[in-house]
Ligand binder design. Structure first.
Ligand SMILES: *Cc1c(COP(=O)(O)O)cnc(C)c1O
Length: 397
């Protein structure tokens, strides 16, 4: 089908929760292709899903092989791929146990349920989250996401969340009461505008949680798995959370969410407490194992750090050049460019130059290239962004 035919069918049959601008049929590395054959540089990576690039041969092979062997078997039975993946994730992080589901919101729900069950006998259930956070679109995660624009129209929202200011430890202290069970945050607030937590804040939170007997929970759905130039976002500080969640990039587009807990929390859930039909099925787990292999073998965490620096240096030149471009933010390859006007205008202008990027709030353009991006593609992208900004803000023509 051509793009306009696809759009017609969307108009008729797909609920209008997004407003896409182009149709895509094919991807390879950092490139994606439209039905008419044009190609774009993809600096959205499926919103931080393709950390290893589109259709990485190792991941494709793992998916093909597993699909032809055993794609699903339910959690009524053991499967080897889930066992191997849980071991891998545990050893790479908290040395505890994992629970598998299908999305970021669902993984966060599992994490909050775990915290509630853990605190239940002491009457503790309230989770402190942060203004500008994003934790997903289920009803409870709307409550956790302290942004009016996602909550509006869906009240009454589930209770059990209190809000504090990001990077402000005093504000967290004020939000704590006898019902508080946990503090949950993104090490880098992504959807909320690319705001990294300071190491002092993370370390202060860890100490505060230890002092008050609270759990520290990290939502690593977007900032995990190398995106920020460390394997885990919290590693920019010296702390470790009690549990964290993954989704987006873990299985390279095969839907998967994961809750990873430390040993203290690893046996809180017992049979009957929580479940997921698809969670950790052989297909998604095989894809995730291949993703972890690629990240390790190709040194993508280091690559993310190195390319992130180069990219931010390049973008900083635009801050000098245009007064409408205010700031470059972010770590690794989770990068935001703050503009005075609407970020969407910059996204549209970049698309006209054959570069796909997205927004993170009103004024922040978000770039999420694959972590195995090369220097020459990065330079190509900077030229496209430069042309886009010149078209919008340049005075020469
Ligand atoms: C995308 C995202 C989610 C939600 O993930 P879904 O798979 O869309 O449910 C949750 N938390 C963060 C930090 C995210 O970026």
């Amino acid at each position: 089908m051509k793009t306009n035919e696809i759009i017609e069918k969307y108009d008729q049959f797909v609920m209008h929760t997004y407003a896409p601008a182009v149709a895509l049929t094919k991807g390879k590395g950092s490139k994606v292709f439209a039905p008419e054959g044009m190609n774009y540089l993809d600096f959205t990576s499926g919103i931080s899903v393709h950390n290893v690039g589109h259709c990485h041969p190792k991941v494709v092979e793992a998916i093909q092989q597993q699909a032809a062997t055993l794609s699903h078997c339910s959690n009524l039975f053991f499967n080897e791929q889930q066992a191997l993946l849980a071991e891998r994730l545990s050893r790479l992080s908290l040395n505890g146990k994992c629970f598998f589901c299908n999305s970021g919101a669902e993984a966060n729900e599992a994490m909050v349920k775990l915290a509630r069950l853990w605190g239940h006998d002491q009457g503790k259930y309230e989770v402190i989250t942060f203004y500008n956070s994003f934790h997903g679109r289920t009803l409870a995660m709307l409550s956790a996401t302290a942004q009016e624009k996602v909550q509006k129209g869906f009240d009454p929202l589930p209770v059990g969340f209190a809000y504090a200011e990001f990077n402000n430890l005093e504000s967290v202290k004020e939000a704590i009461n006898e019902k508080t069970v946990a503090v949950m945050l993104e090490a880098v607030q992504a959807e909320g505008g690319i705001h990294p937590a300071t190491p002092e804040f993370m370390e202060g939170l860890r100490a505060l949680c230890d002092e008050k007997g609270l759990l520290l929970l990290c939502d690593e759905v977007q900032c995990g798995l190398g995106r920020t130039g460390k394997l885990w976002g919290w590693q920019h500080s010296g702390i470790r959370p009690d549990a964290f969640t993954l989704a987006k990039s873990i299985a390279d587009g095969v839907p998967m969410g994961v809750l990873v807990a430390n040993p203290k929390l690893s046996d809180v859930f017992q049979p009957g407490n929580h479940a997921s039909t698809f969670g950790g099925n052989p297909l998604a787990s095989a894809a995730a194992l291949a993703v972890l292999d690629v990240i390790e073998q190709e040194g993508l965490v280091q690559q993310s750090e190195k390319m992130g620096k180069l990219f931010k240096d390049g973008l900083a030149l635009f801050v000098e050049k245009y007064e409408q471009v205010l700031e470059v933010r972010g770590t690794g390859l989770l990068v935001g460019l703050v503009v005075e006007g609407r970020a969407k205008d910059v996204v549209d202008a970049c698309r006209d130059m054959w570069l796909l990027c997205c927004v993170a709030g009103e004024h922040v353009v978000r770039f999420l290239p694959p972590l195995n991006i090369t220097e020459s593609i990065l330079e190509e992208a900077l030229e496209m962004i430069g042309d886009a900004l010149n078209g919008l803000f340049g005075e020469d023509d």
